[in-house]
Write a protein that binds this ligand. Structure first.
Ligand SMILES: [Cu+2]
Length: 317
């Protein structure tokens, strides 16, 4: 993975370096870890190639570790997923051949997977940056809680146009001739929030929700009317040392800053009414699902009759 630091065209007085911190990964040495006092950082105008050999499957996140609170807040963060070897060595354990972990029994097999990435925006800090003032990060007090970088109802808007020249494991957004992101159709305001948080599936599908939190507040995500099974926590399968199944059912999953949860639900039979059945997924902390009076960390699960949607080929589609 290459990290290129282009600097800030409108604020040349700011010359911070950037890094990629492999949050939660086990590193033999710190050289590529991204924590700037113990590893290399990328200064303005430079390119650096990060190399990492993933070991343990699961849901992780990356973030820039320079001026951590500020840079994460400005969007230098996102989910990272490590696939289990079982996808190749034993795909017959579940019909899709896709698993969250090397479970040995198909219990983490899924048909569709979606990121549920929780982050935050503090309006005052952006005002300060826009007015050449220094944000005081010890006053951090986010106004907006986001899901995949958006607030409801924008969370339901489709992804930006997808660049299919990348791996099937990566949901890359198309870029224009200048290398800038192409906005979702009809929504130029979402150019830099290109990822949808809408979940679509067929009745009977097993759907993996990969929750991760790179904000500073705890998330408590509630799926109304459906039960999830928590199969992983912080990229660790829910199994005891002796193999005991420690997965559990829940309608709400709570996870703090830097934590992740892998939860699978099975989409119920369709009601027979017109259109998909809709279930709501939201952060049950009122201020986080409401923000400053609208929007918030909330999205929908849309369940279609069996065999309506084709098999998922890219995550979050
Ligand atoms: Cu940075």
């Amino acid at each position: 993975m290459n990290l290129t630091n282009l600097g800030l065209a409108q604020r040349p007085d700011l010359f911070d370096a950037h890094t990629i911190h492999w949050h939660g990964f086990r590193n033999v040495i710190t050289f590529f870890d991204g924590e700037p006092t113990g590893s290399i950082a990328v200064t303005t105008g430079r390119v650096f190639q990060y190399v990492y050999r993933p070991r343990d499957p699961g849901t992780y996140m990356f973030h820039c570790h320079v001026e951590d609170v500020e840079h994460v807040h400005m969007g230098m963060t996102g989910p990272v997923w490590v696939r289990p070897r079982q996808n190749v060595t034993n795909p017959g354990l579940y019909r899709s051949g896709k698993f969250a972990y090397n479970d040995g029994d198909g219990s983490t097999g899924y048909d569709r997977e979606f990121p549920m990435f929780c982050s935050e925006v503090w309006g005052d800090s952006h005002w300060a940056d826009a007015h050449i003032q220094l944000p005081e990060w010890s006053d951090y007090d986010p106004d907006f809680c986001l899901l995949n970088g958006r607030v409801y109802p924008d969370t339901l808007v489709p992804n930006g146009p997808i660049d299919t020249t990348h791996s099937t494991n990566v949901l890359a957004i198309q870029t224009d001739a200048n290398g800038d992101l192409v906005a979702p159709a009809g929504r130029p305001d979402l150019q830099y929030q290109p990822y949808s948080a809408l979940v679509t599936c067929n009745a009977g599908d097993r759907v993996l929700l990969r929750f991760a939190n790179l904000g500073f507040k705890e998330s408590a995500m509630t799926l109304v009317g459906l039960t999830m099974r928590v199969v992983g926590k912080d990229a660790t399968p829910m199994k005891g040392r002796d193999g005991t199944d420690t997965s559990y059912e829940a309608t709400t999953v709570s996870f703090g800053a830097g934590e992740s949860i892998d939860a699978i639900f099975t989409a119920p039979a369709h009601s027979g009414g017109s259109g998909p059945d809709v279930y709501v997924l939201y952060d049950r902390a009122y201020e986080r699902t409401n923000n400053l009076g609208g929007g918030g960390r909330r999205t929908e699960i849309r369940v279609y009759p069996a065999n309506t949607l084709p098999p998922q080929t890219l995550p979050n589609t």
